[in-house]
Design a protein around this ligand. Sequence first.
Ligand code: ATP
Ligand code: MG
Length: 345
Amino acid sequence: MYREFYGLKELPFALTPDPRFIYFTPSHTEVMANLHYGIESGKGLIVVAGEVGTGKTTILRWMMQRLDRTVLVAYVFNPRLTVPEFYQHITTLFDVKEWETKSELLIALGKTLESRHSRGLRTVLIIDEAQGLTPYVLEEIRLLSNFESDTAKQLQIILTGQPELRDVLNNPDLRQLKQRVALRCEIKALPNVEETERYISSRLLVAGAERTDIFSPGAIDYIYRCSEGIPRQINNLCDNSLLTGFAAGEETIGRSIIEEVADTFDMLPRGDRGSQMNEEREAPARIFTAAGRAELWAAGTEASAHLQTEGASPLAMREESNKGTTPEVDEVGAAFRRSGLMGER
Ligand SMILES: Nc1ncnc2c1ncn2[C@@H]1O[C@H](COP(=O)(O)OP(=O)(O)OP(=O)(O)O)[C@@H](O)[C@H]1O
Ligand SMILES: [Mg+2]
């Protein structure tokens, strides 16, 4: 394997969500700050969305390893559970015993939660891949979110999932659950080449690399374009490029190796697919010309408002509009940066 050839102690770009390798991009930091704030301030239901492979599971694992002993967590990562399996699972994780019927279960669980809450202990239910939960289990989650004292939630629930989670929560039958969401945030892909370079260097260093220039600047630029900044895609490209580079005896991975690997894995940048490699990518397609957009804007139509925010995802837009309402989140984010928690491993 390529490990020794590149002076690495372990494989730097495995596809597993290993929290030892975490690199805190601004988005990952913000989401972690949100989770910290949400748990600390006893928010009932927290939703974290993010595209496939952006690091949701990694961030949850990083957090779970660092939670204080006073926080008890039940982590559910298989959303395809039936309702009985779901309850079986969480009662085992919360150590709730002696129940046979559902009403006995809810009473026993309620007692455990109340007892923990009265002792100042927190209890958190984390559900990963929540976009795959059935409406039946989601309805049970709504029931669980009712465990509360006069002043605070006794069970905090974190749902993480792919962007489809939003559609799931928008189901009219689940509007009661949606109304209970106290905090929402989104994990975004790495925003640019510079962050991609830092991400790659960070993973190389954790893997024991003595040099972080294994990938040439041109290679990193192309990795960013092919991966669209999605960490799992970056890992895939880097791992396979190291293998190809090793086979070819190349100490430095250049752009041509990335092109070769990206072609094999069908990961060429959208603009390059079906065209010549090395060709410059066209600017993203637009519907109106610049002059046309200006005209619409001047006319003050609703369409112009959309065009001004083009490129922003609905989630990002909502987050933007929520910014003013959760100043504490920014404060926690700043505190994270100051405390050096960022990138701690
Ligand atoms: N911030 C990060 N720092 C280091 N590695 C990361 C980071 N984010 C993601 N990764 C890596 O990317 C890969 C995918 O991450 P992960 O499995 O956490 O994504 P996910 O969002 O849970 O994906 P899915 O939607 O498929 O469940 C893993 O190998 C993980 O180590
Ligand atoms: Mg995951």
